[in-house]
Design a protein around this ligand. Structure first.
Ligand code: FCB
Length: 454
């Protein structure tokens, strides 16, 4: 069914949720800030990757993006007027450290300090993500996350940020979507740094998890009342058929996509069945690493977009399994299946498997091809319905006992969508990249009326 002929969904109401529920939008530094060479920022792996012909579909990069670096007061006004009470952002590591062993860059620290003050002035509770994919290129030149020394560099970065912002920022997310950092960036290769080696990817995943585990106590030491967690991208899985081969393929895919991250974070180590399957591609794990990774956290961040259907696929690296394109189902402009029910399935499963404590939806959103009409309006019905339907499902998942405490829509603004460049829009606010004009879309207006209970 296309969006055009879909009936208007039932509207959820804010009063269906707890009064202390957090309502936010999420963004990330490289996707919105621009100001690529300002105030001492150095090159990130995404600058390098985007400069490599053929890597970003429209040949673009994040050097200007939404120019949020200069326009953040206007962006936070939009968030405040929408009625948000929280805002998730990420910190560009290349603004803070320009070299290995260097001193933190005061201008970079000052920028984030001003940003946080700007949030607080507008009633937006700051949720800081330390790593949303923009690794300094000088670290990648030394091997990046495949090298253990990057864990130490991350701890220095985490230390500098929590010392500087910890008096005002109490909510910290160590990493955004380690699966993407590791597997997309280092095995599939269509994200920075563009490596295509499975063993490297698993070593990266291990170091990312280790850096999370080691950062948690450090953040707590610097910010005594800190709430610390990690944000994972997760999908409910379906087998392509009930044939044993497809079911087994789904199990293997699940072992890497879901349990490879959630198991060690919950003290269960890496899934043995996958270790057996991959043999020598297993990462080097030193004594104590798994204990460090299993550190208790204060919440789990869940990024949800769509379910995946898995088929047996002999020879398809790395696990002889592949993700099928969605069949005759409703999809967004990304080709991602629209499945509000998938969100509930996923949440119920996580709760049953791990009881992770409070859960926050740290990202959820949709891409549609927007157009600005003659009156300057953007009628993004598909995105508006996506949001309404996912919030209705969220309400039912909470009623079923999943302790979800907040929701961050992806995204406040249209932005640089990684390998898709500016071709894909996820914002509740439209950006005209020629003029930098911001316009609230009908999805953003609906979120505003929902949040203000109008
Ligand atoms: C997530 C990323 C986010 C954005 C959305 C669409 O995987 O965390 O930066 O690109 O997808």
């Amino acid at each position: 069914m296309t969006t055009a002929n879909r009936p208007e969904p039932a509207a959820p109401a804010r009063s269906d949720f707890a009064s202390d529920f957090l309502w936010g939008c999420a963004t990330s530094s490289y996707q919105i800030e621009g100001a690529g060479a300002v105030d001492g920022r150095v090159e990130s792996i995404w600058d390098r990757f985007a400069a490599t012909p053929g890597k970003v579909r429209d040949g673009s990069n994040g050097s200007v993006a939404c120019d949020h670096y200069h326009r953040w007061p206007e962006d936070f006004d939009i968030g405040r007027d929408m009625g948000l009470n929280a805002y998730r952002f990420s910190i560009a590591w290349p603004r803070i450290f320009g070299e290995v062993g260097g001193k933190p860059n005061e201008k970079g620290l000052d920028f984030y300090s001003r940003l946080v003050d700007g949030m607080l002035e507008r009633g937006l509770q700051p949720w800081a993500t330390l790593y949303h994919w923009d690794l300094p290129q000088y670290l990648q030149d030394r091997g990046g996350w495949a090298k253990r020394e990057t864990v130490d560099a991350f701890l220095e970065f985490a230390d500098a940020m929590t010392r500087r912002l910890g008096d005002r920022v109490k909510h910290w997310i160590t990493h955004n979507e380690p699966w993407c950092t590791a597997i997309i960036g280092n095995f599939e290769g269509w994200h920075a740094p563009g490596n295509t080696d499975f063993k490297t990817a698993l070593q990266v995943a291990h170091h990312v998890l280790l850096s999370h585990g080691k950062a948690v106590p450090l953040i707590r030491a610097n910010v005594p009342d800190a709430q610390v967690g990690i944000a994972l991208s997760l999908h409910p899985l379906r087998a392509a058929s009930n044939q044993p081969e497809d079911l087994a393929a789904m199990e293997r895919h699940d072992g890497l996509r879901y349990r490879w991250f959630l198991d060690p974070l919950h003290g269960r180590g890496y899934p043995q069945a996958i270790l057996d399957y991959i043999g020598e591609a297993a990462p080097t794990v030193l004594p104590g690493d798994l204990d460090a990774i299993a550190v208790e956290t204060d919440f789990l961040g869940v990024n949800y977009y769509f379910p995946e259907t898995i088929a047996n696929a002999p020879g398809h690296a790395p696990l002889d399994a592949k993700v099928l394109p969605p069949g005759e189902v409703e999809t967004t402009a990304m080709g991602w299946e629209v499945s509000p029910q998938g969100l509930a399935e996923l949440l119920v499963r996580i709760e049953q498997d791990y009881h992770p404590g409070p859960i926050y939806i740290t990202e959820n959103g949709s891409c549609y091809e927007d157009s600005v009409d003659a009156n300057g309006e953007i009628e993004d019905t598909g995105r508006r319905h996506y949001l309404m339907r996912h919030l209705s499902t969220l309400k039912s998942a909470i009623a079923d006992g999943v302790p979800v405490k907040g929701y961050f829509a992806w995204s406040l603004l249209d932005n640089f969508e990684w390998a898709e460049g500016y071709l894909r829009r996820f914002g509740l606010t439209h950006i005209d990249y020629d003029t930098q004009q911001r316009r609230l879309k009908s999805s953003g207006k609906w979120y505003r009326s929902f949040l203000r209970q109008e």
